[in-house]
Write a protein that binds this ligand. Structure first.
Ligand code: NI
Length: 142
């Protein structure tokens, strides 16, 4: 047992999407996804909260340098912000761009860029699609 330090940074982005499973018929897509299956899609103002866990560096007092964290978040969000996810982001050619799946793809992007050097690791991705709904995505430590 010990103290745990979590740092969370929030960043907003806008994207449009369409709920559509290319493996299904049009009828089934419309039945399951309703209006969200409409061909032109619709947009959301998403809010991403990225949390890292770690120890504050004795010299800087930081778990992660906030300039570095901001840069990483901007880089990863380049494939999301102001995009039509189904058309512009290759991950969603086959994967339905639900909040759950977007959170997972974001997690994978951050996992590659956040050091995980023992002092700081990616802890959680929380993604709000609206004020009233969000998804948390994280991995339990082995
Ligand atoms: Ni939507």
């Amino acid at each position: 047992m010990g103290y745990r330090k979590l740092l969370t940074k929030r960043m907003d982005f806008s994207a449009s999407h369409r709920y559509w499973n290319p493996g299904w018929s049009e009828e089934k897509n419309r039945e399951v996804f309703g209006k969200s299956a409409s061909p032109h899609g619709h947009g959301h103002n998403y809010a991403l909260e990225l949390t890292v866990e770690g120890e504050a560096d004795p010299e800087t007092g930081m778990i992660i340098n906030l300039y570095d964290l901001k840069k990483i978040m901007k880089e990863v969000l380049e494939d999301f912000d102001h995009k039509h996810l189904n058309e512009d982001n290759p991950h969603f050619r086959t994967l339905v761009p639900t909040t759950e799946n977007i959170a997972r793809v974001l997690w994978d992007g951050f996992k590659e860029k956040i050091p995980g050097d023992g002092r700081c690791r990616l802890y959680r991705v929380r993604l709000y699609e609206t004020r009233d709904m969000y998804v948390d995505y994280w991995r339990d430590e082995d």
